[in-house]
Design a protein. Sequence first.
Length: 139
Amino acid sequence: MNTNSLKTITVTFCILLLSGCKDYIQQSSALTAVNLQPVLTFSFICILFIPMLSLLLFGFSFFKHLKFKVNLQKFLHGALVLMLTLAWLIELNLTNSAQNRLDLVITLAALAIQMAVVLLAFISLNKQQKLYNRAKNFL
């Protein structure tokens, strides 16, 4: 199994977990008795700052070499999985209210930005690798 299919399976699994398990798990009284508000707040802040950091690093990568872009890909994929995990954690532990729905919309927007950055970085890396291979094979 190659790494691309493993990443696809992981992202699909995280999206499935994020989509519909909240109602079944939150019905237990033991889960709602724990006060996780500081952890949830920190998770929400992380979800908001990760796309900003990713955009900054992606912009910086235009001036760097190919090896930096390969390492950046690893960071971006890991950050996306971390964001999906944190979003799932937040969604499981929040009750259903209008304020929490706004948080969910902001979280989904941050996830969409992160996915777009991952896709753009992948395209940029492939383009630069093709150019490098052409130049290497030309000589």
